[in-house]
Design a protein around this ligand. Structure first.
Ligand SMILES: Nc1ncnc2c1ncn2[C@@H]1O[C@H](COP(=O)(O)OP(=O)(O)OP(=O)(O)O)[C@@H](O)[C@H]1O
Ligand SMILES: [Mg+2]
Length: 391
């Protein structure tokens, strides 16, 4: 309940008591029966108080109060002024038309009682109570509107606060989801990078060590050197993977040179004749695209080494302003890409899926051309202006 409402209600109670007491004194002064008057006044105030405390806001309570008032007026017309309080109550507890009808009847009593007692009233004696009645109804209706506005304001405020709380909750959920997505993306990046670099380097080291067992001292020395170089490269890569940095090869000399380094190592370690073909000048490549293509080449060459039994492998790189394409082909045993079932990363089968995910993240495609006995060609095509696709 707003404070203004409480104040007005209190004023109303004070007014009822004051008007009743003034009526009592004036009636007594005018010679009315004081005992009877006091009793009726007490009944009037008592009934009013009971209604206020028990919150009887029904028309019946008001009607009964009006009945006691009429007795007071019969005892002395000086009590007509209590009518002002009745008009205020009517404005509160009756619908507007009912309040107007009730107030008109009360007004008739207010004007009629002195008329019967003292003869024809003057114009101010008629106008005064009429204005009072209208004023009282207007005040009480205004008071009701005040409460309605306050309640509505409170309701709006509550809904704004609730909406705010909901928004905060959503923000928190969004932030948590973003954190989770960020953690997932970071895990995916780490596992792909470990697969395309460290895992391949470890597998090279294993193969070299295995080959070294059967070698004479001179050849063994060369193999140990290769193992050392590969382990060293793996160490550097591991630091860069953990630090989420671009591969050293790229920083030093760009993608074609990094690819050449891969083919040279493959040839040195396996004897497979591996070459890099760069078709014309390449457009400037964003670091992210270069890293993705280097990783895809690393994964594809690891497959050549592990599965293809090839004698030749070729990396071709070409690009336009809008896209860049890397092709890794070999003349090995090939396989049926449809048949290949992906198992768990621990059992392998992760490399091609990871390469496909890398290009798809950049809006590109990865295609695998292979058949048993017909060699394998893996093609990664990456757009250089992904936003073009959305316009
Ligand atoms: N160049 C290739 N020649 C022959 N078979 C290939 C070639 N590339 C892929 N494959 C076949 O496709 C399968 C899936 O390759 P993928 O790189 O996804 O996994 P993986 O090499 O078996 O394991 P991982 O890459 O996780 O170490 C391979 O197991 C192999 O059978
Ligand atoms: Mg593989």
């Amino acid at each position: 309940m707003p404070r203004a409402w409480r104040t007005l209600t209190l004023l109303q109670h004070v007014l009822v008591v004051a008007l009743t007491l003034v009526g009592l004194i004036r009636s007594a002064t005018a010679g009315a029966d004081v005992r009877l008057l006091t009793l009726t006044c007490a009944a009037f105030l008592g009934w009013y108080a009971v209604g206020v405390f028990r919150r009887w806001t029904s028309p019946w309570w008001l009607l009964a109060l009006t009945g006691i008032w009429i007795v007071l007026v019969i005892l002395s017309p000086e009590n007509v002024w209590i009518a002002f309080s009745l008009w205020l109550l009517a404005g509160h507890f009756l619908p507007l038309t009912g309040a107007i009808a009730y107030s008109s009847i009360v007004l008739a009593v207010v004007i009629g009682a002195p008329w019967l007692a003292h003869g024809m009233p003057s114009l101010p004696e008629v106008l005064g109570p009429s204005i009072g009645a209208v004023f009282a109804i207007a005040v009480s209706r205004g008071q009701i509107q005040l409460v309605r506005d306050a309640v509505e304001r409170q309701r709006l405020l509550d809904s704004v606060i609730a909406a705010q709380a909901e928004t905060e909750e959503l923000h928190a959920e969004l932030a948590a989801a973003q954190r989770e997505a960020g953690a997932l993306a970071e895990r995916t990046r780490l596992s792909r990078d470990i697969h395309d670099t460290l895992a391949q380097e470890f597998s090279s080291i294993v193969l070299l060590a295995r080959a070294g067992r059967a070698q004479d001292e001179a050849a063994l020395r060369a193999t140990v050197e290769q193992i050392e170089t590969t382990a060293h490269a793996g160490l550097t890569e591991s630091r860069r993977v953990v630090g989420a940095l671009a591969p050293t090869d790229l920083e030093d000399a760009g993608l074609p040179a990094a690819l050449r380094r891969l083919t040279t190592a493959l040839t040195e370690q396996t004897g497979i004749a591996a070459t890099v073909l760069v078709d014309g000048p390449l457009p400037p490549l964003p670091t992210g695209v270069e890293v993705a293509l280097l990783r895809i080449a690393q994964g594809a060459l690891a497959n050549v080494r592990q599965h293809a039994q090839a004698s030749r492998a070729t990396l071709s790189l070409n690009g336009t302003d809008d896209m860049v394409q890397l092709q890794v082909s070999d003349d090995g045993v090939g396989f049926d890409p449809e048949q290949r079932v992906r198992v768990s990363p621990a059992q392998g089968g992760y490399g091609l899926a990871a390469s496909r995910a890398r290009v798809q993240e950049r809006g590109g495609t990865l295609t695998i051309d292979s058949a048993p006995g017909a060699g394998t060609t893996v093609t990664a095509a990456v757009p250089l202006r992904p936003e073009v696709r959305w316009t």
